[in-house]
Design a protein around this ligand. Structure first.
Ligand code: KG4
Ligand code: ZN
Length: 341
């Protein structure tokens, strides 16, 4: 049986729409349109009110374009999946109201999707044989979670960050080094030119359970930046040692979870999963132990294809959201068991 799903994502500063179809449970992406809002660069971070206004201005054309590229009409859709949270409330509302309007007007099923569950489903679009159980490291600008995915829809929280998210740490350290927001990709490029081992940065909570903490590391970089007599000359080495510290902590905890729980697959998702040095380090650490699965960059950063994927899976098992669906803020993933091991 084939079903064709429209996905909508407006939780932060990307206005995105995608069409995918499921055939006997296997997904195929028919289109993906992502419009990144440039305006926030001027302010060094996302300005919520501006994000909402930009989404309002562009959501219609972005959805139309996704349908056109997929060669699909609204009437041919079998369902609408929209990010319901967490995210910026005004930004979420734009996509949610648009999705609800379409679902109501067309008489099609609607499903609200948790943004992080979207990130979790992204690699499945490119590797449809990906199946739980697996360990997932979700690292984005707003979250850092280590999950044991027992089944799709059944998640056990192993650990999360106690302060900054991993992506947030990249962005803040990037700002200290004079890079523009969001700084993750530029910092990775800079780090690739740096020499390792010049700065002795901490590896916070390295052997300490599954929780993360990045604010002390950020402060250590700040001190080193202030102490540098020539920041331009030290910039790449600072980036390198900061990135090495973050990666060592992320890799160590993910690999330990894989080994302790005996999982054969590890998935990295979210914007920070674009970091090739992270994926490479985890794959090396888990050689002969587990397969490491990472989506391509376009599907790791915020996009509607991952929302359509998670939504298609939920719609396929008969779930529906009512039109009373409201944006939820930082609620847990659906199916999350937060008892830590
Ligand atoms: O998942 P995402 O697109 O948005 C959120 O849901 O937050 O993640 C964005 C985050 C930003 O903090 C950005 O700096 C980071 O992902 N990021 C990276 C890289 N590319 C994006 N961090 C490290 N290395 C990268 N190559
Ligand atoms: Zn995200």
């Amino acid at each position: 049986m084939t079903s064709r799903i429209l996905g909508i994502e407006t939780s932060c500063d990307e206005t995105s729409a995608a069409v995918l179809h499921l055939e006997h449970g296997t997904p195929t992406l028919d289109s993906l349109v992502i419009l990144s809002q440039d305006i926030h660069r001027v302010f060094g971070g996302v300005v919520p009110e501006l994000a909402s206004r930009e989404h309002l201005r562009t959501i219609g054309p972005v959805v139309d374009r996704a349908l056109e590229e997929a060669g699909t009409t609204l009437e041919q859709l079998d369902g609408i999946a929209v990010t319901a949270g967490p995210g910026l409330i005004g930004a979420l509302l734009v996509g949610l109201m648009y999705g609800k309007g379409l679902a109501f007007g067309l008489g099609k099923p609607l499903i609200g999707v948790h943004h992080l569950e979207g990130h979790l489903f992204a690699p499945w679009l490119e590797q449809p044989d990906l199946a739980p159980p697996f360990i997932a490291l979700l690292v984005s600008g707003g979250h850092t979670l280590l999950l044991d995915v027992e089944a799709w829809g059944r998640y056990r929280l192993l650990g999360e960050t106690l302060d900054d998210a991993a992506g947030e740490a990249f962005d803040k350290v990037g700002t200290l080094l004079g890079l523009s927001y969001p700084a993750g990709a530029a910092l990775e490029r800079l780090a690739s030119q740096g020499r390792p081992g010049r700065f002795d940065f901490p590896r916070p909570m390295l052997r300490d359970g599954y929780a993360f903490s990045f604010s002390g590391l950020k402060t250590a970089v700040l001190r080193a930046v202030r102490a540098s007599p020539n920041l331009e000359a030290d910039q790449a080495d600072l980036a390198r040692d900061f990135q090495d510290a973050v990666i060592e902590v992320l890799v160590e905890k993910t690999a330990r979870a894989v080994e302790e729980l005996g999982r054969e697959t590890a998935v990295i998702g979210g914007g920070v999963a674009c970091n090739r040095a992270l994926a490479k380090a985890l794959a090396e650490r888990l050689t002969g132990v587990a397969r490491v699965v990472v989506a391509s960059n376009r599907l790791n950063t915020d996009n509607a294809a991952m929302i359509a994927a998670a939504g298609a899976w939920r719609l396929d098992r008969g779930e529906r959201s009512g039109l009373e669906l409201e944006p939820f803020d930082s609620g847990p993933l659906p199916g999350l068991d937060s008892r830590r091991s």
